[in-house]
Design a binder for this molecule. Structure first.
Ligand SMILES: NC(=O)c1ccc[n+]([C@@H]2O[C@H](COP(=O)([O-])OP(=O)(O)OC[C@H]3O[C@@H](n4cnc5c(N)ncnc54)[C@H](O)[C@@H]3O)[C@@H](O)[C@H]2O)c1
Length: 359
């Protein structure tokens, strides 16, 4: 097994699942962990029995580390991604790639110039749910694609996350925080976007932490929290996304894809599994599709493992930087179009590799 030594930067909420990834994905060899708050990294290093680095810079300077996994908050993503590349490391970043499209472009340009890889979450697009939906599309189950709808409907993360303020800063909000799951899935299924327009609002200017030690504390909201977006794709189909942290509950689907002969109901793109159901001409009512893989649990690390395997096999990895940049451009331009009351063309493009049988 061709492995790579991986250093994690960011020892917060999501780090546990990445720290546990080597037990599932054997080409990931954990070298160590660092955080701006060194005590957080120390705690995780002790828990998972890996090396603790006093600072992120110290981790980046370790010549034995080949890949940096960036699990910091979104506003730090660009800085850490660029620094990792400057240190000659491949980087796999939590979403979004950066909080500004301009910074995202710099990351991709630098990686190309240095011949290094950039991987971007979400790797749920490699999960059984999205991949099964993709197989139905590719097998012409629903005919010629007409369009799709995506609904990210919720009341925000302050109900469960211990430090939720970052979710309400520029570069987060429902579109930048959760949108990448929905948009990446739509892009896998429908291809690149050609132009967008959106309407966005900030319904509440202040939010209150609802759980754990800081319950009752309030914090300001500086980004839109209720977003309606329209997308026209290069394949000449249209789709819409609603992304909100401002509603109580909804019975709307997560994602539906519509074709000339049927409809696919795509499961929650924040998760890896099914069920995937579809309705197709000539078949008796809604059917449960047979899932194409057993990636149905919390498989975070799958995209990183795929990137490592792809470096060795000299193939494109699945959750790649151009896809992450395209998602970022779409999100930024959706919000810009809302301010400007315009349609915005999308300048980036991407291509996808077929799914690999097994990582
Ligand atoms: N929490 C989840 O369920 C979840 C799920 C999927 C993806 N994500 C993504 O993972 C990332 C991290 O989320 P989280 O929930 O773990 O956040 P968190 O706030 O719990 O942890 C982030 C960590 O990054 C550290 N940090 C911040 N700036 C830094 C810097 N410049 N250098 C080094 N360390 C720095 C913080 O000290 C903190 O320990 C985000 O991009 C988020 O969107 C989170």
């Amino acid at each position: 097994m061709n492995k790579m030594r991986v250093g994690i930067i960011g020892a917060g909420n999501i780090s546990d699942i990445y720290l546990a990834a080597p037990s599932k994905f054997k080409n990931i060899e954990l070298a160590g962990i660092a955080d701006l708050l060194s005590h957080k990294a120390k705690e995780k290093a002790d828990l998972f029995n890996i090396q603790f680095y006093e600072t992120p810079a110290a981790l980046m300077e370790d010549p034995s580390i080949e890949v940096i996994v960036n699990l910091t908050i979104p506003s730090a993503h660009a800085e850490i991604n660029l620094a990792a590349l400057d240190h000659g490391k491949h980087v796999y970043s939590e979403k979004p790639l950066a909080t500004r499209y301009e910074d995202g472009k710099k990351i991709i340009e630098k990686a190309k110039a240095l011949n290094l890889r950039v991987g971007v979450a979400p790797d749920t697009i490699l999960g059984a749910g999205v991949q099964t939906a993709l197989q139905l599309v590719n097998n012409d189950k629903i005919g010629k694609i007409v369009g799709a709808k995506a609904f990210m409907m919720g009341s925000g993360p302050e109900g469960w996350h211990p430090n939720p303020a970052f979710f309400y800063e520029t570069g987060a909000g429902p579109l930048f925080d959760m949108g990448p799951y929905y948009l990446s899935s739509l892009l896998v299924l429908l291809g690149p976007v050609d132009c967008v327009t959106g309407i966005a609002q900030t319904t509440y200017r202040e939010r209150t932490i609802k759980s754990l030690e800081r319950a009752g504390e309030t914090f300001p909201v500086t980004t839109p929290t209720h977003v309606e977006g329209l997308m026209h794709f290069k394949s000449n189909v249209t789709a819409s996304i609603t992304a909100t942290f401002d509603i109580h509950q909804s019975k709307l689907p997560f994602i539906e894809v519509y074709g000339s002969k049927g409809t696919i109901h795509v499961p929650d793109p924040n998760f890896f599994g099914g069920p995937v159901t579809y309705l197709a001409e000539g078949e008796d009512g809604w059917q449960d599709a047979e899932l194409v893989s057993d990636y149905i649990g919390n498989e975070r690390g799958l995209g990183l493992s795929d990137m490592i395997a792809s470096i060795y096999s000299n193939e494109q990895h699945y959750c790649h930087g151009e896809l992450g940049l395209h998602v970022l451009e779409v999100m930024e331009k959706l919000l810009e179009s809302s301010v400007e009351r315009t349609f915005k063309p999308i300048e980036t493009n991407f291509a996808m590799r077929n799914q690999r049988e097994k990582v």
